[in-house]
Design a binder for this molecule. Structure first.
Ligand SMILES: Nc1nc2c(c(=O)[nH]1)N[C@H]1C(S)=C(S)[C@@H](COP(=O)(O)OP(=O)(O)OC[C@H]3O[C@@H](n4cnc5c(=O)[nH]c(N)nc54)[C@H](O)[C@@H]3O)O[C@H]1N2
Ligand SMILES: Nc1nc2c(c(=O)[nH]1)N[C@H]1C(S)=C(S)[C@@H](COP(=O)(O)OP(=O)(O)OC[C@H]3O[C@@H](n4cnc5c(=O)[nH]c(N)nc54)[C@H](O)[C@@H]3O)O[C@H]1N2
Ligand SMILES: [Mo]
Length: 824
């Protein structure tokens, strides 16, 4: 360990200093003006000056970095930092996050669990009474339960994977902290993969040798200079770039703005004429839902039959094109995947598909694909086929050409800066007897079916019996598919613990609820720009912890103390000591890169942020350029070192739902399956524009998108009229799995036969705890199905389901999604 000189640290916490001008005051007391000026001038330009007023306290979130304005311990407003090229309205919700009416105020325990012990009346989860307990009691209950289960059943009985988007911050990362505690106290059942790219990240590893979806993209300046045609394939960056995993730099939005300004031709392939398409003046092509694989094949077949494909590229850089050619020509199944064949499936005319093929071949084409198309049954296929299509075009590794699967996410393509990188608090090492992780989207299946074995990417996974579920930083009652199935599976475990700032549906379904702080109530650090690593932001505490809320760190520390592992958990460091050690580590990396930074305490008290320089060479970086220049010297991480259009590894797994060659495999539910007779509409569950999943649903921003106080449903006039539905009506959306109330928005911006309900509305059951009950707020996952994309990736299929809708007659029940439960 490095020596952190903790005793020299200024320990003055903002709260003790009181008042929003603490930073300036602190600087004056600690450093002479000349010493400060010298340190800052050395660190320039990476130590960017804030706007001169400095009225607020600098902090940040998934939606951006900002100054919080605080009056008498209340956050009253925010201002974006002046470096943010595209600040968005989400940051304005920070005061509402802190002072939300549905904050959890105290530790609470479900009555039956408290009175009769673990596993008592689990069917009452979601409708039992709540009993307030002291923090001491709550910590005792949780640590007692961990000890009991560890000693009786071992680590596989505790599911503490806890998937979710928590908050930004390298220290107060509740998921890492939970895992850290669990690793120190015996181990736990975890997950692999994620809900975002469940299918694509697994198949891409076989096809191009990396997850691809989280890789840096050919940079924006290069795309703007060189691409003459941009295809947005199921991709809506204007919406999805608002938020990032770390603090967003919003450079991707600048990139798209530059494309628009230059007038680069853009084609948007999406059942919805999305905001990005409009901003970019794109040509809108709206295939039928879930048919992209067929559509891509029709384009590929055209390239082949018109000999517009790049044989040389395919030979030098790929394996398996011979097999793919045979598939395209229908040599084995007798079905050529012609434009006509594709047109019959995807609903786009053959003529238009052929024109698309010609346009792509004649231009410097960048295919930017989003991820909704892979959050589907057989979701492995679309991205595999897009790589294959790009390989046929032969522009992979050329300026402005090829494909990019992260332009819509966290500003992929924002040039990478040179400096230091903050690493977060570590989850530690899993003890040797820890169970193998389950695929993340199989949780309900796992809870309900202990002992069941499933296939997963060439392995077999057997579900253990889960007795305890521990959630911190996620919201499974919105994020998981088939909410009613989850509701049933949720009854199996004996104990469910949830850390939350708010009374979310998941918190309401717990046995023990522990109130935690929002980021604005604690100190932290984060990077800005997931791909660019451009900034380091301080996240200063803005207001005191609300009600009895505690930091996740302090909650876990208290549990660690009971379990006898506190010293290992904290490593003897408190909040500011942790931040200093993270900063110092980052600072020495920066120094090695030739970038000078001020000492931590000066940085911390300056209320300022760091912006690293971007080397000229990084401005024009091209993905796969190395590989293209020399495939032998710079092979891909695949068995062949090349792009695997055919994968022997995948073929050997012998999965009917994911063979060794990409292709069209009809999905579990779609307009072409028998279920469509009963449920003719296809569901689209795109990510919400004015929320991050379920986060911020309990803020006034909701007024922007809610219709009749429910989540909105977009309906084409052709689907609305026969059902007598008009904009503003309350609509019941339903299928055999569930039913929800939504508010109608009738629009021509959607393909007939498709309806859209964004993911993330808080689940609000009419009869809490009852399986199949009406959700009054419009949680779309009541309608989706819970099977894996295929045995290969076991990704979720959240973006797909058949359903019908009807106008709701009578007085709709009042929405109570954001109401407090009785007794809270
Ligand atoms: N049908 C369908 N379903 C989907 C999707 C889809 O497209 N369609 N998308 C999927 C995708 S890609 C994702 S990533 C998931 C997202 O699913 P989640 O990540 O579960 O969604 P969030 O709403 O971000 O939930 C985060 C929760 O963490 C809480 N939280 C925030 N900060 C803290 C903290 O500091 N401490 C604690 N203890 N809690 C905190 C928030 O209040 C919130 O309740 O949803 C998936 N579900
Ligand atoms: N504002 C905001 N930004 C976010 C998030 C958020 O919740 N809100 N979530 C973040 C997270 S965790 C993730 S994973 C990413 C998600 O990024 P994505 O997964 O790319 O986003 P989605 O909105 O789910 O889907 C993108 C587009 O795909 C289209 N689409 C859906 N089905 C089909 C189809 O069958 N065919 C075609 N061609 N198109 C289809 C949708 O209409 C939508 O316009 O966004 C991130 N950014
Ligand atoms: Mo995601």
């Amino acid at each position: 360990m490095k020596n952190h000189h903790p005793t020299n640290l200024p320990r003055r916490r903002f709260l003790q200093a009181g008042g929003a001008l603490f930073a300036l005051g602190a600087l004056n007391t600690l450093y002479s003006k000349s010493a400060l000026a010298k340190a800052i001038s050395q660190a320039l330009p990476q130590f960017e000056a804030l706007r001169p007023a400095q009225k607020g306290i600098l902090t940040s979130a998934h939606w951006g970095a900002f100054e919080a304005l605080v009056e008498q311990d209340r956050m009253v407003d925010v201002r974006p930092i002046h470096d943010d090229p595209h600040p968005n309205a989400l940051i304005k919700m920070a005061p509402h996050q802190v002072h939300a009416a549905n904050r959890i105020k105290y530790p609470m325990v479900r009555k039956s669990w408290l009175e009769h012990g673990p596993g008592s009346s689990n069917n009452l989860r979601g409708c039992d009474q709540w009993v307030r307990v002291s923090w001491e009691k709550a910590i005792e209950l949780v640590s007692g339960e961990i000890s009991r289960l560890q000693s009786h059943y071992g680590p596989s009985s505790i599911y503490a994977g806890s998937y979710g988007w928590k908050s930004t911050g390298m220290l107060h990362n509740c998921r890492a902290l939970l895992n850290r505690l669990m690793n120190l106290s015996g181990g736990f059942l975890s997950y692999s993969g994620d809900y975002s790219t469940g299918a694509a990240q697994v198949i891409m590893s076989h096809v191009v040798g990396s997850m691809e979806v989280y890789e840096q993209q050919t940079t924006w300046p290069n795309v703007v200079d060189n691409s003459t045609l941009v295809i947005l394939w199921g991709c809506n960056p204007l919406t999805t770039l608002k938020n990032s995993w770390n603090v967003p730099d919003h450079v991707g939005l600048e990139g798209f703005a530059a494309l628009a300004k230059k007038g680069t031709r853009v084609i948007c392939i999406d059942p919805i004429n999305n905001p990005s398409a409009k901003m970019l003046n794109a040509e809108w092509i709206a295939p039928l839902a879930y048919t992209d694989s067929a559509m891509i094949l029709g384009i590929a077949h055209t390239l082949l039959s018109e000999q517009r494909h790049d044989e040389k590229f395919l030979q030098r850089y790929t394996v398996g094109f011979d097999k793919f050619r045979a598939y395209l020509l229908g040599e084995q199944d007798g079905t050529p995947k012609s434009a006509e064949w594709a047109a019959a499936i995807c609903g786009i005319e053959a003529k238009q598909l052929r024109q698309l093929a010609r346009d792509m071949a004649e231009n410097r084409t960048m295919i930017m694909a989003g991820w909704g198309i892979q959050r589907q049954h057989h979701g492995e296929q679309p991205h595999w086929l897009l790589v294959t299509l790009a390989a046929m075009l032969g522009q992979i590794g050329l300026p402005g050409g090829g494909f990019g699967f992260s332009y819509h996410y966290s500003s992929g393509g924002s040039p990478t800066a040179k400096g230091g990188i903050l690493s977060g608090i570590s989850a530690g090492e899993a003890p040797k007897n820890s169970p193998a992780p389950i695929p993340v989207a199989r949780i309900a299946d796992c809870f309900a079916n202990p002992g069941k074995t499933i296939d997963f990417n060439g392995h077999r996974v057997t579900y253990p019996e889960v007795k305890m579920v521990y959630v911190a930083g996620g919201n499974p009652f919105h994020h998981h598919q088939d909410t009613n199935n989850l509701q049933q599976a949720w009854r199996k475990p004996e104990t469910i613990v949830v850390h939350e700032p708010y009374w979310t549906a998941t918190a309401k379904q717990a046995d023990i609820v522990l109130p935690c702080t929002t980021t604005y109530e604690r100190n932290d650090l984060d990077m800005g720009g997931d791909y660019s690593q451009l900034y380091v932001f301080p996240m200063h505490q803005c207001v005191p912890p609300q009600h009895e809320a505690r930091n996740d760190f302090d909650i876990f520390r208290a549990i660690a103390a009971k379990l006898g592992v506190e010293p290992a958990f904290t490593e003897g460091k408190d909040e500011l000591m942790w931040l200093k050690s993270m900063y110092d580590n980052m600072k020495s990396q920066a120094r090695n890169a030739g970038v000078a930074l001020p000492p931590f305490d000066m940085f911390w008290q300056s209320n300022n942020y760091i912006r690293f320089p971007i080397p000229q060479a990084n401005q024009q970086w091209v993905r796969f350029a190395d590989f293209r220049a020399d495939p032998l010297l710079n092979p891909l991480g695949t068995p062949s070192g090349k792009i695997e259009i055919f994968s022997q590894t995948v073929a050997k797994m012998n999965y009917a739902d994911c063979p060794g060659l990409p292709g069209w495999l009809p999905p579990y539910e779609w307009h072409g399956s028998p279920i469509a007779e009963k449920y003719p509409l296809s569901l689209n569950t795109a990510h919400p524009e004015n929320r991050l999943h379920s986060q911020l649903d309990n803020t006034p921003l909701r007024e922007k998108y809610a219709v009749a106080d429910r989540e909105a449903i977009l309906i084409h006039p052709q689907d609305a009229a026969p059902r007598g539905i008009q904009s503003g009506d309350v609509v019941r959306a339903f299928n055999d799995r569930g039913q929800i109330l939504v508010g109608a928005r009738v629009t021509e911006d959607i393909r007939p036969g498709v309806v859209r309900i964004s993911e993330g509305a808080w689940y609000d059951p009419l009869v809490p705890g009852e399986v199949g009950t009406l959700c009054k707020n419009g949680n779309v996952n009541c309608l989706t199905f819970d099977i894996g994309s295929s045995p290969l990736a076991q990704g979720n299929c959240g973006h797909m389901a058949q359903l019908d809708i009807e106008k709701y007659r009578g007085t709709p029940p009042k929405n109570s999604a954001h109401a407090l439960p009785v007794g809270a």
